[in-house]
Design a protein around this ligand. Structure first.
Ligand code: GLC
Length: 745
């Protein structure tokens, strides 16, 4: 195909060729295109029955399968692709997918950490690096970004998303899809992006993995769907993955209202929907279908195009068509979507486009990619507390570096680590050594028993105190303690929900024992989720949230602790004071009895505050910023919000200036605050900048109980600042005339 063809020409040509192919394909070949098998490079779901292996091999060898996941490496991909191209009647190439969540070989920070950077360009660059490396290993499809909004730090997969806010989540979804897909999907360093999980997986009740999600229409449309909507409108992801969980009693894979009506109808999505691992079959366990045949029927009719590792399409679709229960046109629509993205990837031009040993040798784990990982990690670190000049560290103080996680080269890689080598990250100790810091190290306590790399259920250490006394003794003798606590990689991620999100194992006991002999503690929290840090907040002068930061974790953390990097991260999720407050989130409704009141009949706990320990959007710097001169001006198609930010300190720094609104009165109760704009700015010491942010119809409207987008007249509060507790406030009144000029969505 000549490259001078325009996109429209190509699309037209694709559709013609798809029609021709479809006309030639047998029903068996069509069903094969809708079946996705897992290879054996990684295990990301429950293994199928033993006898399936032989069947899979036979079908793959005869080129009868449309795509695979968990096949990694040029040689492995080449072998399977050769089967498809050379052994099958029509030679339709396969796609090869993998969970490239925050890197392929080079690990950048986990997505929740990247979200804390609020740096959209860097987030896009991080996804770009992941795509280049994944494509160099023969892959052309990632099951990322996960765009599930979640208020549930007990849920292990919050590490994989962008936190609790739909606006921040939308901007990050756009950035990540663009990073993965680039400007030309047929290039050999771009891959299909998948926005997932469709939908509301992040609202699993009580944060229990795979649990029921019970949300109303307005939460679905105003909180859950916006990142999907934004990505579809502004970044064109070519794949959507549905969800295991039910919403309103309907499992995602069988949800026609979501997949057919909203996604393929309303959004006009013409890419491909892939089920989650085994999720079609799991509709039996949900009690939503009676058997595998019905699972196949319900899933295909609901718009789930590809069946990942359920085998129900393979076993039953042909019979469903032959019996007339499923019209072949439904199959053809699904196959068309699969063929379309294969054309867009350039696989019909060259099935071996992504298979090049030289690229595999030269494009992985490069210095440039590691530098991106370092830059991303530096910007993802959140300074939660810093008092009594605890940070940056003073060169003249004797430092005790304590904690098993301080030397852990595996935890920073996170749970979804694709093809990263185990134990290959830069630890904090490595960072201290590279920076030439003088310190004494002590292990303290093991966080988990066994090798922290392996996938097995984690055995938290509650009994081995071997290093406890030595750590306390060393802490006593030093001026300053840098204590590293938190979670290993396998304590968050899929299947890793926790009912108690305090410091795992003996770490809290160690913290308190060290504090008793030396309260000058800088607490470094390495985790895949918000943890409950209330005791620490009440007792230690400095707390730094470092998440799981990928391969250059230790360097980035050291740069922040020494002041070489001025921290600029802001929380993408609220940190609770206690697990009993969860779900706790900033964009909550006011209730009919907001407090505080001097009697008990108002919305509160008798044993806990209502506020989070650290709010959404919170993050400190080694300097400080002042906001002033906030004004709004109603323009033809937007409200201009203008304000000044001053770096009032003595160090250069970056600030994420955040804009929140409150729609005071509307046809449904609206949140007390909603993020509707932000800008990350660099300010030299003493420098002031005027910032202008726009509030357009998209930001001022909402979806009502019928799922319709409306903008309603009335008074709006406006808040700006460096956190959702934004102090600077004004308001404006939106008239119907303004709305007319805005033009509702
Ligand atoms: C997993 C996850 C999904 C992933 C898929 C393939 O169970 O839910 O996010 O992409 O299976 O590994």
């Amino acid at each position: 195909m000549t490259s001078t063809l325009t996109h429209a020409d190509k699309t037209g040509l694709y559709e013609t060729r798809i029609d021709e192919l479809l006309a030639e394909m047998t029903l068996t070949e069509k069903v094969g295109q809708l079946t996705q098998f897992s290879g054996f490079h990684d295990v990301t779901g429950p293994a199928p029955a033993e006898w399936r292996a032989a069947q899979k091999h036979h079908l793959l060898q005869n080129g009868l399968i449309g795509s695979m996941l968990n096949v990694v490496g040029v040689e492995a991909v080449r072998n399977y692709q050769k089967f498809a191209v050379e052994n099958s009647r029509l030679g339709i190439p396969m796609m090869f997918a993998y969970d490239v969540i925050h890197g392929q070989k080079t690990m950048c920070p986990i997505p929740l950490a990247e979200a804390a950077s609020w740096d959209l360009n860097l987030i896009r660059k991080s996804a770009r690096v992941a795509a280049i490396e994944a494509a160099a290993q023969g892959l052309n499809w990632t099951f990322a970004p996960m765009v599930d909004v979640s208020r549930e730090p007990r849920w292990g997969r919050v590490m994989e998303g962008a936190g609790e806010d739909p606006y921040l989540g939308s901007r990050i979804a756009e950035a990540r899809v663009k990073g993965f897909q680039g400007d030309n999907l047929s290039a050999n360093d771009t891959i299909l992006a998948t926005i997932k999980h469709f939908a509301a997986y992040g609202f699993a009740e009580a944060g229990k993995e795979y649990n029921t999600a019970e949300i109303g229409t307005t939460t679905l449309h105003n909180m859950v769907l916006p990142p999907f909507d934004a990505a579809l409108k502004n970044a064109n992801p070519r794949s959507v993955m549905n969800a295991f969980n039910t919403v309103n009693g309907i499992p995602g894979t069988g949800d026609a209202a979501l997949q057919r009506d909203w996604l393929k109808g309303n959004q006009k999505f013409d890419g491909v929907v892939v089920s989650d691992w085994g999720s079609a079959l799991e509709m039996i366990a949900h009690g939503f279908v009676a058997d595998e045949r019905e699972a196949a029927k319900v899933a295909i009719l609901a718009g789930s195009d590809i069946d990942m590792e359920s085998y129900v399409y393979l076993d039953h679709l042909e019979n469903l068509v032959e019996s007339g229960e499923v019209d072949e046109a439904v199959i053809d629509d699904a196959v068309r979507r699969v063929l379309r993205v294969k054309f867009e990837l350039g696989l019909f031009d060259d099935p071996y486009r992504y298979i090049d040993s030289e690229r595999e040798q030269t494009r992985l784990f490069t210095e440039s990619h590691l530098n991106t990982a370092l830059a991303m990690a530096r910007k993802s670190i959140v300074l939660l507390k810093n008092e009594r000049g605890a940070l940056p560290l003073s060169a003249d103080k004797k430092i005790a570096l304590i904690g098993a996680l301080a030397v852990d080269q595996d935890a920073p890689l996170g749970n979804w680590r694709a093809d990263a080598d185990a134990h290959s990250a830069m630890s904090i100790m490595d960072g201290f050594d590279e920076a030439g810091l003088d310190y004494v190290y002590s292990y303290g306590v093991t966080v988990q028993l066994g090798d922290s790399h392996f996938e097995y259920p984690v055995h938290v250490n509650y009994e081995n105190r071997d290093g406890f006394d030595e750590a306390v003794a060393i802490a006593r003798d030093m001026d300053q303690v840098v204590l590293v606590v938190g979670e290993t990689a396998r304590m968050s991620g899929e299947g890793r929900s926790r009912a108690d999100i305090g410091l795992p194992g003996l770490q809290q006991e160690l913290l308190e024992a060290i504090h008793a002999v030396n309260p000058n503690i800088v607490l470094i929290v390495m985790s895949g989720r918000p943890l409950v840090l209330s005791w620490a907040d009440a007792n230690v002068p400095a707390i730094v949230q470092v998440w799981h930061l990928g391969h250059r974790s230790g360097g980035a953390i050291t740069d922040v602790l020494t002041g070489k990097e001025n921290p600029s991260g802001k929380l993408p999720m609220s940190f609770p004071r206690s697990v009993g407050q969860i779900p706790i989130y900033y964009n909550h409704l006011n209730t009919g009895r907001p407090g505080p009141r001097d009697e008990v009949t108002w919305a509160h706990y008798s044993d806990e505050k209502n506020s989070p320990l650290y709010a959404f959007g919170h993050g400190l710097s080694y300097t400080w910023f002042e906001y002033s001169d906030l004004t709004t001006r109603l323009e033809i198609d937007h409200v201009d919000v203008s304000f000044r930010v001053k770096n009032a300190g003595h160090r250069d720094g970056e600030e994420v200036a955040q804009l929140y609104i409150r729609d005071r009165v509307a046809s449904i109760a609206r949140p007390v605050k909603e993020l509707k704009g932000f800008e990350k700015v660099h300010l030299s010491a003493g420098e002031t900048k005027r910032i202008h942010l726009k509030l357009k119809g998209d930001e001022l409207g909402f979806f009502n109980t019928q799922g319709n987008f409306v903008i309603e007249q009335g008074e709006f509060d406006v808040f700006v600042g460096g956190t959702s507790d934004a102090p600077l406030h004004t308001m404006f009144n939106l008239s119907d005339e303004h709305i007319m000029s805005f033009g509702a969505k």
